[in-house]
Ligand binder design. Structure first.
Ligand SMILES: Nc1nc2c(c(=O)[nH]1)N[C@H]1C(S)=C(S)[C@@H](COP(=O)(O)OP(=O)(O)OC[C@H]3O[C@@H](n4cnc5c(N)ncnc54)[C@H](O)[C@@H]3O)O[C@H]1N2
Ligand code: MOO
Length: 382
């Protein structure tokens, strides 16, 4: 097998396709999508001069005569203040014209209708547009819409957002030995990849489409790969060279191009990325469950992230805090628990075991022949 290097394979998966078309969706439907255009402020933030503390808006030098009260949401704008006047004011209320500062209750004294305290000009007033003026670009296209982005977009006056359509990923689970419930008998295996994939697909910015369970037959796999309504088909198992492993043969039958035919990594080396003649993608995940997780993070998630329009994720690194033996030719993916800037290998990382990955925060990327120093991390989504 002519395996592609691990970094090159990831890059190839990111560059295999382009973002899906843009759609305008209500804020409530945009979470997890990627912005198709930069986010621009439709109004300044704050939208008006606002009190940052509960207390008194004051004009000129004190003492001040209390002229009334203003609360956030008051229907009428407050009358301007003249020097020597104060207005009791609530946090978020519109500061009257003429006010020089807001004095918090705890830094002022009120006696009858007279307020005293020390004036610090400009204090505790959030000026209109100080965070961002109207028309300013605040986030780039490709930014993932998080909860904070949704709150910011609402604060800037948006009701809808232009986002890329989410890719759909269908799952084709192969293996006559697989069971989907209960305790498997000898020779049977619980499907561990089927339950693992939907969360990974969503975290990458895509939606799970249909699931097909096929027996280890060439024709059944070819049929499944004809099914529509998904941009990406994820085949679990059947990637290797055994008598029951038909993925490579099925891709030949379908006339697929195979840009990644095996990756130089441990585990997960039989994984592959193919493109069908109609443009749909096929990602082949090895049947061993930990190898499948590694392959999902290597090929599937970068491909889905790109189709979803997401920008390149940041590169995270850490120092390994325990012994790890590098592979002489291949990149190793090692489950680690994070503590500050250190990454502690958790063990239980055989290709068939998810025990280590389940206890880990991330996978450490250990290059071939590694002799120490910081390593890259692939965070594990919840
Ligand atoms: N002669 C060779 N044999 C194998 C090689 C090789 O290079 N030459 N590579 C080995 C490696 S590495 C892996 S990984 C597996 C990949 O196998 P397949 O992708 O073809 O998967 P299967 O043969 O169907 O299954 C392998 C293993 O995983 C279990 N399995 C399958 N699907 C699931 C699932 N959904 N949930 C849980 N477990 C699953 C299956 O029962 C097998 O035990 O090939 C090696 N062989
Ligand atoms: O590389 Mo396999 O994918 O060892 O489990």
């Amino acid at each position: 097998m002519n395996a592609t290097g691990w970094h090159q394979a990831r890059q190839c998966a990111r560059e295999a396709g382009g973002p899906l078309p843009a759609v305008e969706v209500p804020l409530g439907e945009a979470a997890g999508c990627a912005l198709a255009k930069p986010l621009v402020a439709l109004s300044p933030l704050p939208a008006y001069d606002a009190a940052a503390m509960d207390g008194y808006a004051v004009a000129g030098i004190g003492p001040w005569h209390l002229a009334g009260r203003i609360l956030a949401g008051d229907a009428d704008p407050p009358a301007p203040l003249s020097p020597g006047q104060a207005m009791e004011i609530g946090t978020g209320a519109l500061v009257p014209a003429g006010a020089d500062a807001v004095l918090p209750y705890e830094q002022s004294t009120r006696t009858g209708r007279t307020v005293t305290g020390r004036l610090s000009p400009g204090r505790h007033i959030r000026r209109r547009g100080e965070d961002c003026p109207a028309g300013q670009e605040v986030l780039a296209a490709g930014t993932v819409v998080t909860s904070a982005v949704l709150g910011l977009a609402a604060g800037l006056g948006h009701d809808t957002l232009p986002v890329h359509r989410r890719p759909r990923a269908a799952m084709v689970v192969t293996g006559a030995e697989l069971r989907t419930s209960g305790i498997p008998a000898a020779g049977q295996v619980r499907d561990a990849i089927g339950p693992m994939l939907p969360g990974l697909i969503r975290a990458a910015g895509a939606d799970p489409a249909w699931t097909a369970r096929v027996t280890d037959r060439h024709a059944a796999l070819v049929d499944a790969l004809h099914r529509p309504d998904a941009e990406v088909l994820v085949v679990c198992g059947a990637t290797s060279a055994g008598a029951a492993d038909h993925l490579r043969g099925a891709l030949d039958t379908l006339g697929a191009r195979v840009p990644v035919r095996g990756v130089a990594c441990r585990p997960g080396h039989p994984q592959l990325l193919a493109v069908l003649p109609d443009g749909r993608f096929v990602v082949g995940l090895p049947g061993n469950p930990y190898a499948a997780l590694v392959a999902a993070l290597t090929l599937l998630c970068p491909l889905l992230g790109r189709l979803a329009g997401r920008g390149e994720p940041p590169v995270l690194t850490a120092r390994l805090a325990g012994p790890v033996a590098p592979h002489e030719r291949d990149t190793r993916l090692v489950p680690v628990a994070l503590s500050g800037s250190r990454a502690l290998p958790v063990g239980h990382d055989r290709p068939g075991s998810l025990r280590g990955a389940a206890a880990a925060d991330a996978l450490a990327v250990v290059p071939p022949g590694w002799t120490g120093g910081e390593v890259e991390l692939l965070p594990l989504s919840p």
